[in-house]
Design a protein around this ligand. Structure first.
Ligand SMILES: [Zn+2]
Length: 397
């Protein structure tokens, strides 16, 4: 048996995924080996990340938001920005699988893994190119400066558009966009359709779109919801996600300061509140779109990580891998200072703090004058991000 097959058969994907997420117990069916969680690869709050593992090992995953899929090896490659070989090595060592015993196996494995990696790259490029043309069609069918979008951001999310001097040109309104769910096999079906905010992903040319569905009856109610009350998940199309690190640019004056947040609304909320107080405030402002993109992969130190006292899960590393070929979001050229808008969390405040510390260390490395964190209310132990503080008026007092 090839080492990769042995690792895939013996390692529990569920257990590896659990290091970073908490399952949505309303949607999961543990008896059937069916697990759902917010996707750890593209950053979201609804559970569109699906793991099937009925036997307790050898599981497969599929994300209905970013279309990532595969085995435990694919998952580790995407989550930690590892090569196929490095992911395999980590998993084999974790599971105590001997990977040195048989030289013939090593040679076979090496040839196979090179071929696999080549195929995976071709496949992901193909998928991205197809996604980009779909993204372009959606962007072209959407409207700039639409009152429906202004109503959603202003009344639905509490963002003062007037302080921004109008809607950013990178955000448009699609009046009737279908939302598809597929399970990786068979034809995807439409689960919702209605108005949506379309975000232009890419600094120069369009490489994807970010889609957020708006309540079809009243934009002041915010995000669109399914009948059961859960939010219609945000979607990304094109060359997007933590692997590519491509942002939605919300403001781009010529300026040495960049302000970056994870979500579009959070980042826009802070820009509007800052401009209201200080109309001359100038910064390049970007939404990195996922926590993975903002923090980048962890340093491969091999040091044992502590566990969260609240969740019992391993804590993320505060140290970035500065040599990773896939560092996620990086500041544009000419930037010397960065402000990172952090998200706190009661589930595990330490995890929130360490993720932000990694983003800070990564950006400090790329900015001559350093990077700093902005933390909502100045502490980690709550669930309100900057968009929530805007909505309840705290950011404007
Ligand atoms: Zn995803």
């Amino acid at each position: 048996m090839a080492l990769s097959d042995e690792v895939k058969a013996r390692v529990s994907l569920r257990a590896i995924v659990e290091q970073t997420v908490t399952w949505d117990m309303r949607k999961s069916n543990i008896r059937r080996g069916d697990y759902w969680a917010p996707c750890p690869l593209h950053g979201e709050k609804t559970a569109s990340f699906h793991v099937t593992e009925p036997t307790g090992h050898g599981g497969q995953f599929f994300c209905f938001g970013c279309n990532a899929k595969g085995s435990v090896i694919d998952f580790l490659m995407a989550r930690d920005g590892l090569s196929f070989t490095a992911a395999l090595r980590d998993l084999a060592d974790q599971e105590g699988i001997d990977r040195t015993a048989d030289p013939a196996r090593i040679a076979r494995f090496k040839a196979k893994s090179e071929e696999r990696q080549r195929q995976a790259e071709i496949q992901s490029r193909d998928l991205a190119e197809r996604g980009i043309s779909r993204a372009l069609r959606i962007w072209r069918a959407s409207f700039a400066n639409h009152p429906g979008l202004a109503a959603y951001l202003e009344r639905g999310r509490g963002i003062r558009i007037s302080a921004l001097g109008g809607l950013p040109p990178t955000l448009r309104y699609h009046p009737d966009l279908p939302c598809y769910e597929g399970n990786g096999s068979g034809r995807p079906r439409i689960t919702h359709r209605g108005p949506a905010m379309v975000g232009f992903i890419g600094r120069q040319r369009l490489v994807g779109v970010h889609l957020t569905w708006i309540d079809p009856k009243d934009p002041a109610r915010g995000r669109a919801r399914f009948d059961d009350g859960s939010k219609v998940p945000k979607k990304l199309k094109g060359r997007t996600g933590a692997i590519w690190g491509q942002p939605v640019v919300l403001s781009k004056p010529y300026c040495p300061l960049v302000m970056v947040g994870e979500g579009i609304e959070t980042t826009l909320a802070v820009l509007a509140a800052t401009r209201l107080r200080n109309p001359g405030f100038k910064a390049r402002v970007e939404a990195a779109l996922s926590l993975g993109a903002l923090c980048g992969p962890e340093a491969r130190t091999g040091a044992r990580r502590g566990k969260s006292p609240r969740t019992g899960r391993p804590l993320p590393s505060p140290l970035p891998d500065l040599e990773s070929p896939r560092p996620g979001w990086l500041p544009p050229d000419g930037i010397t200072r960065a402000t990172i808008l952090a998200d706190p969390g009661t589930k595990c405040p330490d995890t929130a703090r360490l993720h932000a510390a990694r983003a800070e260390a990564k950006l400090a490395h790329h900015c001559a004058e350093g990077a700093r964190l902005a933390i909502p209310r100045g502490h980690w132990d709550h669930d309100d991000d900057f968009a929530d503080l805007t909505k309840n008026g705290e950011l404007y007092v």
